[in-house]
Design a protein around this ligand. Structure first.
Ligand code: ATP
Ligand code: MG
Length: 414
């Protein structure tokens, strides 16, 4: 493939595609502001250490998917594969640890070296929210309600479902881990090579396997909910009651896990049937151990991230764009007057375009292609009389309007 093609797994975003992205991002920003979240834009690359420490070296992201390179200064840096690590790094390095509760949201490109397919790119975009310093279940409820609210604003409520699980506190996880390892070890020979590897390094992740044989084994595995201690059960019940009180629908999924030790209590995902294999549009959880693991003071945290490409694919038709006004000089003699009028109307706040060259027919064609609502036609007579011919392009109706009256006559199209 020519090196002048975009790199595999990357895309140019334009026209309808970028409008869909912007629609998702702007709805997100306005809803997040209502919940008291403020925006953070962390750098697109960080020291590799930031991701290695937060994501742990047994996750797919760290073992296989990171774009890591050495800079000319000999430093190892990585293009961010996700947003939480950078936010956590900023929380510590910007001295924000005393300013909790802290509510932050972000949006932007992420980079993962994985096999491109529908809904899976190497450069993709996420929106995400993080709530730092709220250890209680109200935090989980608010963060999930925010996610639900955004999906509602995007009219996706009917297309997605929320699944919840609890990973409990550290004691519950240790208890579950032990019985899970025992069970899986008993079926070790039938597990996929990847799951055998995970069994050693990160056994919870086996529950997540997409392999058919693994799934058979996982079906009969001990269930996480059965190993939650009372405190963890109470916490999870409060989250569920809180969501029910807000009318946020959910179902429980005992095999929904996050593989890393710093995750605790609530894990959740919004999934859809509409995108085939790439069905998770939004995923998140509580990560109370993360900030401490990065070297900050112990700080509770919970957040989520959603894939903008996947959300964009689920959206219905975009609203039609505002229709421009087309200015059409009949011949080159009227070009200068037309240019001046275009500028004047743009300065007054109208959306105006002009055919740059060609005869009247060609310029009218362009006006139609732009979906213009009206054309302002300027010929020799019009110039003499300081007027224009105003034509409604849908009806073909036209009338003469004095140049000086144009702003008020066009008010409807502003
Ligand atoms: P998956 O199981 O699809 O690989 P993940 O567990 O790697 O997802 P997260 O790290 O939780 O995903 O990221 C949150 C969301 O970001 C996903 O639910 C998805 O919508 C989106 N996402 C993740 N990776 C990609 C990608 N390569 N291309 C497009 N969107 C992605
Ligand atoms: Mg992935």
């Amino acid at each position: 493939m020519s090196s002048l093609q975009p790199v595999r797994g990357t895309h140019d975003l334009m026209f309808d595609d970028i409008r869909r992205h912007r629609h998702v991002q702007s709805k997100f920003a306005s809803v997040a502001a209502r919940y008291g979240y403020s925006e953070i834009a962390t750098p697109i690359f960080e020291s590799t250490e930031v991701f290695a420490r937060t994501l742990g070296d047994t996750t797919d992201i760290v073992t296989k998917e990171m774009y890591t390179f050495e800079t000319k200064g000999g430093e190892s840096v990585t293009l961010r594969p996700e947003g939480t690590a950078g936010v956590a790094r900023a929380f510590i390095s910007e001295g924000l640890t005393q300013q909790t509760p802290l509510k932050l949201f972000y949006n932007g490109p992420m980079f993962r070296h994985e096999r491109p397919q529908k809904g899976r790119q190497r450069q993709f975009h996420q929106i995400g929210a993080e709530l730092l310093g709220v250890p209680g279940p109200q935090g989980d409820v608010e963060v999930i309600a925010l996610a639900d609210h955004i999906l509602r604003e995007l009219n996706l409520t009917g297309k997605v479902t929320l699944e919840l699980n609890s990973l409990g506190d550290a004691d519950s996880r240790a208890a579950y881990r032990a019985v899970l390892i025992e069970y899986l070890t008993g079926h070790r020979e039938k597990l996929s090579a990847e799951s055998r590897d995970r069994l050693e390094k990160n056994p919870l992740r086996v529950l997540d396997s997409k392999d058919a044989a693994d799934k058979e084994i996982v079906i009969s595995a001990p269930r996480f909910p059965d190993y939650l201690n009372q405190a963890s059960r109470d916490f999870f019940k409060s989250v569920q009651d809180g969501l029910s009180d807000l009318g946020v629908a959910f179902s429980l999924n005992a095999s929904l896990v996050r593989g890393l030790d710093y995750y605790s209590h609530t894990a959740f995902e919004f999934t859809t049937e509409a995108l085939g294999a790439q069905g998770t549009v939004l995923a998140g959880g509580r990560y109370d151990g993360l900030i401490a693991q990065m070297g900050g003071p112990p700080t509770a945290g919970i957040g989520w991230a959603a894939g903008v490409e996947r959300l964009a694919m689920l959206l219905g038709e975009m609203p039609v764009l505002p229709r421009p006004i087309a200015v059409i000089p009949v011949g080159v003699g009227e070009d200068a007057v037309a240019q001046k009028l275009v500028h004047r109307l743009r300065m007054s706040g109208f959306n105006v375009d002009i055919g740059y060259s060609g005869n009247m027919g060609k310029r009218m064609k362009r006006a139609n292609k732009l979906n213009a609502a009206v054309a302002l036609i300027i010929g020799e007579d019009e110039v003499k009389q300081s007027s224009v011919t105003l034509r409604h392009l849908d009806s073909g109706e036209q009338s003469t309007v004095a140049m000086a009256d144009l702003e008020s006559r066009l008010e409807l199209y502003r």
